[in-house]
Ligand binder design. Structure first.
Ligand SMILES: NC(=O)c1ccc[n+]([C@@H]2O[C@H](COP(=O)([O-])OP(=O)(O)OC[C@H]3O[C@@H](n4cnc5c(N)ncnc54)[C@H](OP(=O)(O)O)[C@@H]3O)[C@@H](O)[C@H]2O)c1
Length: 277
């Protein structure tokens, strides 16, 4: 039986995005990166989440090329970094990313952080890339409700995805419901809170009941919440483990127990206090 999770979410424009992908932040060793992404594609991952700032778009492109998987079966996301924001700058940065990835279109392109005074123009450029069919979907990252309201007030094409830090210690309920009301799918970054929640007793206990690891329980929680999850790992064993979540279901009670772990605790930067470049 194929245990690798393969479901999709349908974005506002009707295209399908795999609900589970490989995040590649902090994959800095080129050989390790190539090997991790290649292995993920081999075992069935079809979505890769990279960004210009991760400095591994080149290796991501090589892994895609060497995999031999038809382009239309993959879902590739990248992001424009803060120092490249603004209308013309974003268009230029996109061209650079596309070149490094050796692709002629991306599936999704995101504003990495809402840089004050610039994120509106950055999103206008993303809309233009969409109109020109250089990306299949538009989106943003680290946008709070007030940033999204500002974008929605002017956008001809509303963002289809918002990628935010989200895990059982930071469940982001108000932002998630705002996104839901506006047809914006949510991607959870640091879905495992960078490993900091793996020793939580409640999660361990639920894992024991299903014969699953804590990481698998957390990933299943994201997926059953309709979220897109992009756990990162360079270990072959963990890459496979994180996607082997198609053969069990958490009960309503278990889902609620996990919801109750929320502490509004971030592992990464808060978009409100982000150092605006
Ligand atoms: N938009 C943004 O601003 C933003 C910010 C941060 C992250 N992201 C995206 O989200 C992705 C994921 O976030 P993240 O990398 O910060 O954190 P994460 O996926 O929550 O956690 C990754 C950490 O957990 C470990 N790990 C992975 N699977 C494991 C398992 N099954 N058991 C035990 N440990 C495991 C990894 O180590 P090993 O590699 O050694 O397995 C790594 O140290 C990133 O790669 C990136 O694509 C986006």
């Amino acid at each position: 039986m194929d245990l690798i999770y393969q479901d999709h979410v349908t974005l506002a424009n009707g295209i399908n995005m795999p609900q589970l992908g490989l995040g590649v932040y902090k994959m800095t060793n080129p050989e390790e990166t190539l090997s991790a992404i290649s292995y993920a594609l081999e075992v069935g991952y079809r979505a890769i989440d990279t960004a210009a700032i991760y400095e591994n778009e080149e290796e991501t492109g090589n892994a895609i090329l060497y995999s031999g998987i038809p382009r239309d079966q993959l879902f590739i996301t990248s992001k424009v970094w803060n120092t490249d924001q603004g209308y013309d700058e974003t268009l230029r940065a996109f061209e650079g990313s596309l070149k490094k990835l050796k692709l002629d279109y991306l599936d999704l392109y995101l504003t990495h952080w809402p840089v004050a005074g610039k994120y509106q123009d950055t999103y206008r450029a993303i809309e233009r890339l969409y109109e020109e069919k250089l990306i299949r979907a538009t989106g943003v990252s680290n946008h709070h409700i007030h940033h999204l309201k500002e974008i929605l007030a002017h956008a001809a094409v509303p963002p289809m995805v918002n990628q935010i830090e989200l895990h059982p210690f930071l469940t982001q309920v108000p932002l998630r419901s705002f996104c839901e009301q506006h047809g914006i799918e949510v991607t959870s970054w640091s879905p495992l809170a960078r490993g900091r929640i793996l020793s939580n007793e409640t999660l361990i206990e639920i894992g024991r009941a299903h014969g699953k690891t804590t990481a698998q329980i957390i990933i299943r929680w994201h997926l059953q919440n309709g979220l897109i999850a992009i756990p990162k790992s360079v270990s072959k064993e963990r890459i496979k483990e994180n996607a082997s979540v198609a053969d069990f279901v958490l009960t309503q009670e278990e889902m609620q127990k996990i919801d109750e772990l929320n502490k509004n605790e971030r592992t990464g930067t808060n978009p409100e206090t982000y150092d605006q470049l």
